[in-house]
Design a protein around this ligand. Structure first.
Ligand SMILES: *[C@@H]1O[C@H](CO)[C@@H](O)[C@H](O)[C@H]1NC(C)=O
Ligand SMILES: *[C@@H]1O[C@H](CO)[C@@H](O)[C@H](O)[C@H]1NC(C)=O
Ligand SMILES: *[C@@H]1O[C@H](CO)[C@@H](O)[C@H](O)[C@H]1NC(C)=O
Ligand SMILES: *[C@@H]1O[C@H](CO)[C@@H](O)[C@H](O)[C@H]1NC(C)=O
Ligand SMILES: *[C@@H]1O[C@H](CO)[C@@H](O)[C@H](O)[C@H]1NC(C)=O
Ligand SMILES: *[C@@H]1O[C@H](CO)[C@@H](O)[C@H](O)[C@H]1NC(C)=O
Ligand SMILES: *[C@@H]1O[C@H](CO)[C@@H](O)[C@H](O)[C@H]1NC(C)=O
Length: 509
């Protein structure tokens, strides 16, 4: 038994050493840093921290990978082609991202005895950073494919999509090293971008619906966000896509290669600061194609993990490194469940005038004095009930991210519309549904249920809605659209989903 265990540690340690070698080689080959001392490898793992000293000094990758000197927006293709090294581990994309990690580990080590797979081989000193060892381990575990970010003009149903219209300056990002927040909006919601990015501090893929005359203020808003907010975070992290119906093509499409050359005149008020009733979309009574927007933003993300969310939901700080450290640690239930999984994040609202909480402890104090409440408590109290929601609120913040509870979208939670960290393997959103018609994420929820997804709720992470507690307001026009869409889902979409994905007891829309 003990022998077995030693043996396992030994083999895992070899695998990791190899992964690290490859990782190091990749970086050294693409970046001829001078003065790197090569420290000999050891195989028993005991000297691991010494092995990494040179990496820590010279190559410590600031996972945001900012590249100031050559950070002009159009530089990505070149840097990618240089950086796709032949030393990269060959990945056969057969391993589903949602496969349980011990399966991958077994594949790697040839070890059949899963009992021993909870041996901790990672040393994580700082949950808020990703050390080279963790990154190397993630790369091996996730087996994801790196992607390029070319600017493209594409058609998608009745929509034209300007994908990667204005790209973030973060340079080439490997698929395992960060998480992309994917989201969407009309330009009148872009005031949310700054608070969102300040808390996320990682890539954001943002699809903007800009039909007809909404194109000009959209472009001005992008320029204002990049040039006028006093820091470079939006430039660094946010990639903007623009889309519109072929029935509402803007009269002209400004060329980013040109308009990004000139700094924006920041003395004007923010172009997104308008009466929401004044947009072209409202003037023409267009519906908001929320699921086209969600899918455009999601598809363009270059990381393995994604957080598809609404732009008014601000994440708790340090979510990205803490989550990836949890994945790398691979403790239970991550290591024991073989079901596909997503990672829901609890959502709250706070009063209009209060400070958005940064830690769970702060949030708990605000829940106690009622300056924070569970999301949509006054709009639709049961829509966002989450399994063990009250226990989540009661339980104290811990030192590292873990899975709090594994729930299912069944029983009391059969209509649950969670916001979660997932991957590109998860089902897309039905593009026939509009935001005004409501229930726009239900079809995805149904598919997740039929596929028996585990909903691994995260313990310390949370999302806070843009400050201002919402109350129910009757909207007759929207109610009409909602009942029409509801019938459409029931009579047209549901039978199709049953044919395509099958049925499962307890699953409903
Ligand atoms: C990441 O890199 C940026 C720019 O190179 C630098 O300003 C920042 O301090 C770095 N962050 C860390 C955590 O090293
Ligand atoms: C990769 O996939 C090909 C075809 O699917 C298969 O023949 C080959 O054995 C796989 N290689 C590895 C290393 O799994
Ligand atoms: C796995 O972890 C559990 C609890 O953390 C521990 O009791 C058990 O001994 C570990 N198994 C092995 C083989 O290390
Ligand atoms: C910026 O706009 C203001 C107000 O419209 C104007 O007075 C100023 O001259 C402009 N600055 C530049 C550099 O164009
Ligand atoms: C927008 O229009 C609606 C309906 O015409 C009206 O109730 C609402 O107050 C308007 N909103 C603003 C910000 O003017
Ligand atoms: C509620 O609690 C938060 C966090 O402790 C505190 O900052 C805030 O001032 C409190 N507000 C009221 C009205 O008591
Ligand atoms: C949460 O805590 C409160 C007060 O400590 C307690 O009354 C309640 O039973 C707890 N609820 C759950 C579900 O643990």
């Amino acid at each position: 038994m003990l022998n077995n265990r030693r043996n396992f540690v030994f083999r895992v340690s070899i695998v990791i050493n190899i992964a690290v070698l490859l990782y190091a080689a990749m970086h050294l080959s693409s970046n001829s840093t001078t003065g790197v001392d090569w420290v000999p490898m050891t195989v028993d793992g005991s000297e691991r921290s010494a092995e990494f000293r040179y990496l820590n000094r010279e190559e410590m990758r600031n996972y945001t990978d900012t590249r100031p000197p050559d950070s002009s927006v159009r530089i990505l293709e070149e840097s990618t082609s240089q950086k796709t090294p032949s030393t990269m581990p060959t990945t056969n994309k057969t391993a589903s991202s949602t496969a349980s990690l011990p399966d991958l580990e077994k594949k790697l080590t040839g070890l059949a005895d899963a009992e021993t797979s909870n041996v901790t081989v990672l040393e994580i000193d700082d949950e808020d950073a990703l050390n080279p060892m963790t990154l190397a381990y993630l790369r091996t575990l996730l087996q994801c494919n790196d992607k390029d970010m070319p600017a493209q003009t594409l058609q998608r149903g009745e929509y034209w999509v300007l994908k990667n219209f204005v790209r973030a300056d973060h340079g080439f990002i490997q698929c395992h090293e960060s998480i992309t927040y994917t989201t969407h909006a009309g330009f009148e919601f872009l005031d949310n971008v700054q608070p969102l990015v300040e808390r996320w501090m990682a890539p954001v893929s943002l699809a903007i619906h800009a039909p007809g005359a909404d194109m000009a203020p959209t472009v001005n808003s992008i320029r204002y966000l990049r040039d006028c907010l006093g820091n470079d975070l939006i430039k660094q992290f946010v990639t903007f896509h623009v889309f519109f119906s072929h029935k509402h093509v803007p009269s002209s499409i400004p060329n980013p290669d040109t308009f990004l050359q000139t700094p924006y005149n920041c003395t004007v008020k923010p172009p997104y600061d308008v009466n929401a009733n004044s947009t072209y979309m409202k003037a023409k009574s267009l519906l908001y194609p929320v699921n086209v927007a969600r899918n455009v933003a999601r598809e363009a993300a270059v990381t393995h993990f994604i957080l598809p969310s609404d732009i008014e939901l601000y994440p708790s700080p340090n979510l990205v490194p803490r989550f990836l450290n949890m994945i790398a640690r691979n403790a239970k239930p991550l290591s024991t469940s073989s079901k596909p999984r997503v990672f829901p994040i609890s959502i709250f609202e706070v009063g209009a005038k209060v400070q958005v909480p940064s830690t769970k402890t702060e949030l708990q104090a605000m829940l106690k004095n009622k300056t924070a409440i569970p999301f949509h408590k006054f709009v639709c109290p049961n829509c966002h009930n989450i399994p063990q929601g009250q226990q989540w609120i009661n339980s104290s913040e811990t030192s590292q991210m873990d899975v709090f509870h594994v729930g299912k979208r069944r029983g009391k939670f059969v209509h649950w519309e969670p916001i979660f960290i997932g991957t590109h393997q998860d089902p897309y959103y039905d593009e026939r549904l509009s935001w005004e018609g409501k229930q726009d994420k239900m079809t995805q929820g149904y598919i997740l249920c039929v596929k028996d997804y585990d909903f691994m709720i995260l313990n310390n992470a949370f999302l806070i809605h843009k400050p201002g507690i919402k109350h129910y307001v009757k909207n007759t026009k929207r109610d009409t659209l909602a009942s029409r869409q509801s019938l459409y889902i029931k009579n047209i979409i549901m039978p199709q989903l049953k044919t395509l994905f099958g049925k499962r007891n307890g699953c409903a829309l």
